[in-house]
Design a protein around this ligand. Structure first.
Ligand SMILES: NCc1[nH]cc(CCC(=O)O)c1CC(=O)O
Length: 294
């Protein structure tokens, strides 16, 4: 019996169900264990209560205490610092990593008028939206995906920016009015990917998780997360990153794009290629290049 810990939000529940089903299809018995985190109870802005890491620590505590055997995380919410005794046993194939616009009347970003109110609490999204110079009015919002979409329907904002992957997992792709090109809006490091965490010494669970791992996704998100770690940006800082395994002249290569919000507004963007066998090196190199430009 594998005990899978999950938060109660619709997105966390959907993601836990995906992993539970995959494990059951492989013949494992899975028990879902609900976990409540500070971020679910306290509605204050995330920056005030410790960033998106607050969603993660309760799950990690339960893992280390043996109350659960695996935790399913949105990789973009998982702090980059390793935790003693825990490891990512599997990183499954990722969903479309891009951000999307959900706007009133089917509008796209380019169709929103100057002064249109766009809801997002993410410094990464704010930095990149402002850099487009569209004169949009940005307002910090928090809440789950349903709440954010409801703010558009209720006329509280003209649009919100969300991760496409979340909408896909909640069956709400029909709400999207535009999928944003990463040239304008680089997603968060790890966006669209799940990280399945377990105890490093739990050989039975590690063996159960191994078939769920996708090496290409693991390489891509390793590069993105190393870029973030090297920038020492933490999870609420304005960093965008997107890596892909592409066919190079001498076989597969890792292609990484990075975006860094600057203090005075504006966004610095760079990209790098490197070996699929050392994705962290690609992330580190690109981070250093971005820092050199400051
Ligand atoms: N920060 C909340 C969060 N964490 C993961 C997702 C979406 C799913 C994913 O990116 O894997 C979302 C919602 C959003 O940003 O729209």
């Amino acid at each position: 019996m594998i005990k899978l810990g999950t938060r109660r939000s619709a997105l966390a529940t959907a993601q836990a169900a995906l992993v539970a089903d995959a494990l059951r299809n492989l013949g494992h018995e899975v028990d879902l264990v609900p976990i409540v985190t500070t971020g679910d109870v306290n509605r204050a802005p995330l920056e005030q209560i410790g960033g998106t890491g607050v969603f993660v620590s309760a799950l990690r505590d339960a893992l280390l205490a043996g109350e659960i055997d695996i935790a399913v995380h949105s990789l973009k919410d998982l702090p980059t610092a390793p935790v003693d005794g825990l490891t990512l046993g599997a990183i499954p194939v990722r969903e479309d990593p891009r951000d999307v616009l959900v706007a009133r009347d089917g509008l796209t970003l380019g169709e929103l008028q100057t002064g249109a109110l766009v809801g997002t609490g993410s410094p990464r999204r704010v930095a990149q939206l402002e850099a487009l110079g569209l004169g949009l009015e940005l307002t910090g919002i928090r809440g789950n995906v349903d709440t954010r979409i409801a703010m558009v329907a209720d006329g509280k904002v003209d649009a919100v920016v969300l991760a496409r992957a979340g909408l896909a997992r909640l069956g709400r792709l029909a709400e999207i009015t535009e999928t944003l090109d990463p040239i304008q809006m680089l997603p968060a490091p790890g966006q669209g990917a799940l990280g399945i965490e377990c105890r490093s010494d739990d050989t039975a669970v590690l063996a159960a998780l191994a078939p769920l791992d996708d090496p290409g996704t693991r390489a891509a998100v390793t590069a993105e997360r190393q870029l973030l770690a090297t920038l020492e940006a933490g999870c609420t800082a304005p960093v965008g990153a997107l890596a892909e395994v592409v066919d190079g002249e001498d076989g597969p290569e890792l292609w990484l794009r990075g975006a860094l919000g600057e203090d005075g507004g504006g966004v610095r963007r760079l990209s790098a290629n490197g070996s699929v066998d050392d994705p962290a090196a690609v992330g580190r190199a690109l981070a250093n290049e971005l820092l050199e430009q400051t």
